[in-house]
Design a binder for this molecule. Structure first.
Ligand code: ADP
Ligand code: MG
Length: 474
């Protein structure tokens, strides 16, 4: 059982019976999504897609990913406080990328006025793939870190029961017991709770900035439920509601429908299509307030692909985390090759290399949410087109990670049960709270494994490509 479940994957009838049981258990556990047809209503829901079996993950890599999470929390927090670094890093990008420029404008306006917020809350998820080394051994390589709307912490708490069920049906009780318990939503809620307490107003609320059409509502509700159990009330509002009914008082305290807001938790606002002119104004209002934004605009900028690429440049980690060589070494060990496409020799060289070996690179714009990166022939065409234009600075190039594929079944509503070749992506959830200059909380709070068929280069669960999974440590 080096890479998978071996002969179990051969018995089609058994797979179908297992899948029926797994789907019913998933529904019973609350591994749910609203449907594509009715994304604004919970009248009809279905199960969130998931793998029939947990996927094998080397324990050492799982441990490494957990061990480096507090370092990543610290790094993101350091970047968010370093205005000179953000300004310099994003200067070429914001000339060509409107979305990043808009975020950056808000950042500059807030800096100029003075930051009213004194407590900072980070809820992030660092994602990795397992690169196959020359000798065949797997190595942990970071894909990206999500500093805004990092999702699936709620549903990931409920999938271990489903995979244990499948293994128990097969009388594999020892294997079932190896599936790790996982409760990211509880940890994320602990972070929000800590921030809320430090805000220090017993009647203040948590404002969750929500999308009108939200298929992934049960994932968000898991966090809301945890907060309510601690007697912290959450209201869900859209940017449009904020622009109509949100206001600041003289001390820049934020009020929504007349109620004071302690924490603003964004589950919207990470893509250009989510912002109208009105929504940008609402975002500015929120940023100007002293409410604890998760994330504040600087931390959202710290999560851009351009920042990720600059962090990999020699000396940058050392500058951001002075006197912490061990932290720097742990972080750097997870970095894949990342290349700037700014005008100049370095960028020219990267383009030449990518054109010479397209299968080894990924071209990434400054976008979140999946489905935006370019691979293979598409990447070549884009590079040919961009090569002599300043527009190329809005992209970065990244080494393409090539994990070892394995067999599993991806269960989706309406799709037949069949074994396909897959690869996985591991995410670790991180939480930190800073008060002034002091980090008062810094921890990892769980994991997410997502698995997809190898024919899809890009995309996550929300994008309809990857499905929920659990690591089976080996
Ligand atoms: P997004 O912010 O849109 O989620 P990501 O950088 O996470 O952007 O890329 C989206 C998906 O593309 C990832 O989930 C992964 O499946 C794939 N991907 C991204 N970068 C790489 C890479 N360097 N090598 C292989 N696959 C990648
Ligand atoms: Mg991603």
């Amino acid at each position: 059982m080096a890479t998978g479940w071996g002969s179990l994957l051969q018995d089609e009838q058994q797979l179908e019976e297992l899948a029926r049981q797994a789907v019913d258990r998933a529904l019973a556990e609350g591994v749910l999504l609203r449907t594509l047809q009715e994304p604004s209503s919970s009248d009809v829901v279905s199960y969130a897609p998931f793998t029939l079996f947990p996927s094998l993950v080397p324990s050492a890599l799982l441990e490494q990913a957990y061990a480096v999470q507090m370092d990543f929390n610290m790094l993101v927090d350091a970047v968010s406080q370093n205005a000179a670094f953000l300004e310099q890093t994003l200067s070429s990008t914001i000339k060509r990328d409107n979305f990043t420029a808009h975020l950056f404008n808000i950042y500059k306006q807030v800096l100029k006025e003075g930051i009213a917020q004194t407590v900072f809350l980070g809820l992030n998820r660092s994602d990795y793939m397992f690169q196959r080394n020359a000798d065949g051994s797997p190595v942990l390589k970071q894909i990206e870190i999500n500093t805004i709307s990092a999702s699936f912490g709620g549903l990931a708490s409920r999938t271990p029961a489903v995979h244990r069920h499948v293994l128990n049906v097969l009388s594999k009780t020892k294997e079932a017991a190896k599936i790790l318990s996982n409760n990211p939503s509880k940890g994320l809620a602990q972070g929000i709770t800590k921030a809320w307490e430090l805000y220090g107003s017993a009647n203040a609320l948590v404002l969750l900035i929500a999308q009108e059409k939200e298929r992934n509502i049960f994932d968000q509700r898991a966090i809301e439920n945890e907060l309510l159990a601690r007697n912290i009330h959450v209201i869900r509002r859209r940017f449009e509601d904020v622009s109509e009914k949100g206001s600041l008082d003289q001390d820049r305290r934020l009020f929504m429908d007349g109620q004071e807001v302690a924490v603003v938790y964004f589950r919207d606002g990470y893509m250009p299509s989510q912002y109208s002119v009105q929504n940008w104004e609402a975002r500015l209002l929120l940023e100007r307030s002293c409410a604890i934004k998760c994330p504040d605009i600087a931390t959202q900028l710290a999560g851009t692909k351009k920042v990720q690429q600059e962090l990999s440049r020699m000396g940058v980690l050392e500058m951001l985390l002075p006197g912490q060589p061990e932290t720097v070494a742990r972080l750097r060990a997870t970095f894949a090759g990342l290349y700037s496409l700014d005008m100049g020799e370095e960028g020219d060289q990267a383009i030449t290399e990518a054109l010479a070996a397209p299968s080894q690179f990924v071209l990434k714009p400054q976008r979140e949410g999946g489905g935006n990166n370019l691979y293979g022939e598409e990447m070549v065409q884009a590079l040919e087109h961009l090569k002599d234009s300043e527009e190329r600075a809005s992209y970065i190039l990244m080494e393409k990670i090539e994990p070892e594929p394995f067999g599993n079944c991806l269960l989706r509503p309406g799709s037949p049960v069949r074994v396909v070749q897959c690869i996985s992506e591991l995410g670790i959830f991180g939480v930190y709270v800073r008060q002034g200059k002091t980090l008062v909380m810094n921890k990892h709070v769980g994991h997410l494994l997502r698995t997809k068929a190898i024919e899809h280069a890009d995309g996550g669960v929300a994008a309809g490509v990857a499905v929920l999974d659990n690591p089976y440590p080996v």
